[in-house]
Write a new protein. Structure first.
Length: 444
């Protein structure tokens, strides 16, 4: 057990009169800002713009709880700008015009105005267009925040006048660092003693799915519920399980059970067992697994275990990934369930998988073989003189759109890598390959 506070005071945790923990822990400077090092780390362009007070209008795109609002507020303080915030959910054109008037007044008095618009994708075209002339004139520096792809959700005219910065989900290590800072601050402010297992911090971080706000809210709720015994709040793994009322939350995303469950899901789908596959899907999602990780595995399965036996399987899997990306948990659980059932009941073939694994070995062993001259493009006069493109046969000039031209190097000319099965649409592909082979044979 890791004790984060060793004083023996007999007092209870109490945050009455204080802001919510997530707000209390909001960083005030870039030095306190955790995560997003690729855009605000030392030497990064955005950090330099902030420190040099040369920022322009921008849009922060990323999932909830990764620091979009916080970063906008830090920019306002660092650049000595007036900070105004609008929510696209509750504001309209009238509100925009009122803020613009205030920004014009600020500009006339030598002050910059940063207008932060949360969920900017929720503004309609007319509302977004209202910003255009004022962004262009410099009356406002617009910082928009969105969880949706701005290429689809923000007007092209406004998008062309802003720089998009992508903020990623915080790492587990980022979340644990934030939680430890929060515990230290709580104990310092309230003179309270808290003991917590390291495993508990790991569980809370896993549950947050990269969302600092969720992690801090979970920690705050846990502390509020945890009883104080002789002035000590002792949070153990078993106590956290009871508080959260979900044993599956003890699932370790990097542990053995993580790999056991994804293996069980994959093999259940391969065995055309949708019930078992759904069960293992739920085990992972309800334990806090990243839905995009699951979706990526489904995409792999669609080609590895189904392939051309049902080409639509890959479409279904990639669509599930997109749905999981846009919806997030818990809404995307049914999207992934749809894909899992579809993949489970699809005809199976591993022909593509075995073909690639076989050809990969030959590709590595024969990496020195040159591409046959007839398949090369003669870009220059010298290429033509060397014979590039010589004896190339253009398939579209033939009756069946097929020639008997050799495409593999001589050393591999008789190799066959792809052997379609007799299942699903691969049966038709197998018949088509036989037809092509017969045509080529007759052309010799």
């Amino acid at each position: 057990m890791n004790s984060l506070f060793d004083d023996e005071q007999d007092v209870s945790y109490n945050v009455d009169g204080y802001k919510p923990l997530a707000e209390l822990m909001r960083p005030k400077s870039l030095d306190d800002f955790i995560g997003q090092e690729d855009i605000v780390g030392e030497g990064m362009p955005l950090r330099q713009m902030i420190e040099n007070d040369t920022i322009t209008s921008m849009i922060f795109w990323g999932p909830p709880g990764v620091g979009k609002t916080t970063l906008a507020k830090i920019i306002a303080v660092k650049t000595c700008s007036v900070f105004k915030q609008l929510s696209a959910v509750t504001s309209g054109v009238k509100d925009i015009k009122e803020f613009i008037s205030e920004a014009e007044f600020n500009k006339a008095n030598g002050h910059k105005t940063i207008l932060f618009v949360d969920e900017i994708h929720r503004f309609n075209k007319a509302q977004q267009d209202a910003f255009l002339p004022f962004v262009e004139s410099g009356d406002i520096i617009l910082i928009g925040a969105t969880t949706e792809n701005p290429s689809f959700e923000v007007n092209s005219a406004l998008l062309s006048r802003t720089k998009v910065y992508v903020l990623n989900s915080l790492t587990k290590e980022n979340i644990i660092t934030i939680l430890k800072k929060a515990l230290a601050k709580i104990m310092d402010m309230n003179k309270v003693k808290i003991k917590i297992d390291d495993d508990c911090l790991s569980i809370i971080a896993d549950l947050s799915n990269g969302d600092a706000r969720t992690a801090l809210n979970t920690l705050e709720n846990t502390l509020n519920i945890t009883p104080s015994v002789k002035g000590v709040k002792n949070i153990t793994k078993s106590l956290l399980t009871k508080i959260l009322n979900k044993k599956t939350f003890l699932y370790d995303k990097k542990g053995e059970e993580h790999y056991n469950l994804i293996s069980a899901l994959h093999k259940s789908m391969r065995n055309s067992d949708p019930d078992a596959a759904l069960y293992y899907l739920a085990r992972m999602l309800e334990a806090g697994e990243d839905p995009l990780y699951v979706a990526r595995r489904l995409i792999r399965f669609a080609s590895e275990d189904i392939g051309l036996a049902n080409p639509s399987a890959l479409v279904q899997a990639t669509s599930a990934y997109e749905a999981a990306h846009y919806n997030g948990m818990p809404e995307c659980n049914v999207n992934l369930a749809q894909a899992v059932v579809y993949l489970s009941v699809s005809p199976k073939s591993n022909s593509l998988y075995t073909a690639y694994e076989t050809v990969k070995k030959d590709a590595l062993k024969t990496a020195n073989l040159k591409v046959p001259y007839n398949l090369r493009n003669a870009v220059t006069k010298l290429d033509s003189e060397l014979g590039y493109g010589a004896n190339y046969q253009y398939a579209h000039n033939t009756e069946n759109k097929i020639t008997n031209m050799q495409c593999l190097p001589d050393e591999l000319k008789d190799k066959k890598y792809y052997h379609p099965s007799n299942f699903g649409k691969e049966k038709a592909i197998k018949e088509e390959l036989q037809r092509i082979a017969e045509i080529k044979k007759n052309l010799k």
